[in-house]
Design a protein around this ligand. Sequence first.
Ligand SMILES: NC(=O)c1ccc[n+]([C@@H]2O[C@H](COP(=O)([O-])OP(=O)(O)OC[C@H]3O[C@@H](n4cnc5c(N)ncnc54)[C@H](O)[C@@H]3O)[C@@H](O)[C@H]2O)c1
Length: 346
Amino acid sequence: MKKYQLNTKTGTSDILICESFEKLQEHTAGKKIVILTDEQIFALQGERFPDVSIIRIPQGEQAKSLGRTTLLYQELVRLGVDRSDMLVAVGGGVICDLGGFVATTFQRGIGLSFVPTTLLAQVDAAIGGKNGVNLGKYKNMVGTFRQPSFVLIDPSFLKTLPENEFISGLAEVVKYGLISDPGILALIEGKTPREISGDHDLLTELIERSVRAKVAVVTQDEEDRGLRRILNFGHTYGHGIERLYELPHGKAVAYGMVVAVDISIQLGLAEDMLRKRIFTLLKNLELLPDIKPDQEKVMELISHDKKKKGKEIPFVLLKDAGKTVIRPLSPDKIMDLLKNIKLFTI
Ligand SMILES: NC(=O)c1ccc[n+]([C@@H]2O[C@H](COP(=O)([O-])OP(=O)(O)OC[C@H]3O[C@@H](n4cnc5c(N)ncnc54)[C@H](O)[C@@H]3O)[C@@H](O)[C@H]2O)c1
């Protein structure tokens, strides 16, 4: 087991990499714990859970709602939970975001820790202290910043994760390679998702390096006012096509990263060879969707999302793998760049 510490204004979080879930209670400081998880995870991994109160909810993004939050508060009251107790969220990004929000608002904050069970949650969602729920169609509109006491990452959970969910999580791993640690790219170049999931040492190293990259960013900018925005690399455009074509999140982000690299090259920031490198990598990882986006419609969605920030849209771009730059671009400029994109012409 390796331990990293994330220190921020809202607290300190121990990130335990390769710790067994069976050792959970060695880390809960003798507190009474209540586990929040979803039905699918419990059906597949339930026998590993300790003998404590377990709240199970249906899986899926729709659980991240204020309605579900209210039901959970009522359940915590029924279980007699108070501020000396701890909620342990065992699940993917949905359960961590929701559990984090419930624990930080119930009685103005009870104990909180995460056991992320998807690759995306292990490398991204469970790290960094952003908790929240959706408000109708507006994602993560209501939320809090607070670090969990600890994040216990046990890669053995990934054995039951559906392959499409594993592949989706790989997009975020590639993101950390591109924005922060190019060594990650070198480790997965030429590999297929199955080769990565079947190689325990490689998988552990990818998780650890991604966590390290996220910890470094969040330590400097917990509340997303500056540097943390680089974590949105590929997400501005990605969110647009995710909604427009109902794509899995990872594939949408992967396509968004290719677009961001292409724009970086068009603006003279990055060398042309980066395009081929990233394209080939994402193709091998089965992350590139076969779509021809209607750029006008994508732009409409991107501009609408960012409307409140004024006319220019901050785009995270690259000078090279590991070197980011944020450029505010007007919608007209972005449209021009999108028209010249050479996505699938390599
Ligand atoms: N807070 C943050 O910083 C942050 C960052 C990135 C994403 N997110 C959020 O994360 C959410 C997406 O998270 P996700 O991709 O983990 O999706 P998810 O939590 O919906 O999990 C995906 C599916 O995998 C199943 N599952 C989870 N672990 C499993 C396991 N070990 N074995 C078998 N099945 C398993 C779940 O039941 C679910 O059906 C989004 O709501 C997104 O907004 C938050």
